[in-house]
Design a protein around this ligand. Structure first.
Ligand SMILES: [Zn+2]
Ligand SMILES: [Zn+2]
Ligand SMILES: [Zn+2]
Ligand SMILES: [Zn+2]
Ligand SMILES: [Zn+2]
Length: 333
């Protein structure tokens, strides 16, 4: 999610109206200009209980706009100790919205890419499910709608995983990565099906998550006595995922396969937590990626008992034990 920032109204609200009092001096009243210290004759200006020649006042005392350098009368804004005409402040000093380019003088949002925009755009414009940026021509160069609930921006679209050959290459990669951690016994090939809607994935898995599932592993086997035969794995992953997400989801699913394959029966609450360590590992390997950062943050804050709390328990275990020790300990859970 995108952080909400504080309310920025006119950063200074000194709606301060000062009045130039013109007065007419009498002869010989010894009235002196506070600025030049000369005697005043005729019209003059009073300001904060002092008298000034009109010209002295205008040239030296009257406030000037820091932007246009012209004199200010009436309401004005102060920002960082500088004075501005209201219009100059609004048009030239206030930050502009990266979506509509208008000044931001109300609630606004700053995303993790440094884009700033009016809060109200979020309710009327789609958000990219990968990077969480508002999809607009200025920020993401547009984007596409995959279905009613899924939108991808054009910046992420280049990296989405949608074809068999890319899926296969990534499978080999992620499997090798897991083997290097000591997670062995994962089949060389498992059929992977790309599913377009989260609803369909939910139906297949019968797992309901408020944010929607991204992957599911179906495990089937036959038994002769106590012995399992014909074990079958099928992995379903959401289509159009950004490659980093796809890898993370696949790593999660492959850890399910690892648990099945090695007959490891964790407490139910720790199964998803353990499998999320696969995703965590992938995201951490993309240290520079904001998408990875965003996902790691979401996992750290997730309050789901399995995917969130269970994950944090397992993540701490991994931190203290390292992969190899943790894998050995798994049976005792
Ligand atoms: Zn003067
Ligand atoms: Zn001005
Ligand atoms: Zn805007
Ligand atoms: Zn995106
Ligand atoms: Zn899972």
């Amino acid at each position: 999610m995108v952080e909400k920032k504080s309310i920025l109204f006119y950063s200074a609200l000194l709606a301060f109206c000062f009045i130039n009092n013109f007065a007419l001096s009498a002869w010989n009243n010894n009235l002196k200009c506070k600025f030049c210290n000369d005697y005043i004759e005729g019209r003059y200006v009073t300001f904060k209980n002092n008298a000034y020649h009109e010209k002295c006042y205008k040239d030296h005392i009257q406030l000037r706009c820091f932007h246009c350098k012209n004199t200010i009368s009436g309401e004005y804004n102060i920002d960082n100790g500088k004075n501005y005409h209201r219009l100059c402040f609004r048009n030239f000093i206030l930050q502009k919205c990266d979506v509509c380019f208008k000044p931001i003088d109300d609630l606004y949002i700053e995303d993790q890419y440094g884009n700033t925009y009016h809060n109200y755009h979020r309710s009327t414009m789609p958000t990219c499910e990968s990077c969480n940026r508002i999809i607009s021509s200025s920020i993401t160069n547009g984007g596409i709608k995959i279905n009613k609930k899924r939108n991808i921006c054009n910046l992420c679209r280049k990296y989405t995983v949608n074809d068999k050959s890319k899926v296969n290459t990534i499978y080999v990669d992620v499997r090798d990565e897991l083997i290097s951690l000591g997670i062995g016994n994962i089949p060389e090939q498992i059929p992977i099906h790309l599913v377009e809607s989260k609803g369909k994935l939910q139906k297949l898995s019968k797992i309901f998550l408020p944010i929607g599932l991204q992957g599911y592993t179906k495990y089937e086997y036959q038994k002769i006595g106590k012995k399992k035969i014909n074990e079958n794995y099928t992995i379903y992953i959401l289509s159009h995922l950004h490659e980093i997400n796809f890898r993370a989801v696949l790593a999660h699913e492959l850890l399910h396969v690892y648990l099945y394959k090695n007959d490891i029966h964790l407490k139910k609450s720790l199964v998803e937590g353990f499998c999320n360590l696969g995703s965590e590992h992938i995201y951490k390997s993309y240290a520079e990626s904001k998408i990875a950062r965003f996902r790691l943050d979401a996992m750290a804050k997730d309050d789901d008992p399995d995917y969130g709390k269970g994950y944090r328990i397992m993540s701490l275990e991994l931190e203290t034990n390292g992969w190899r020790k943790l894998l050995k300990k798994l049976e005792k859970y």
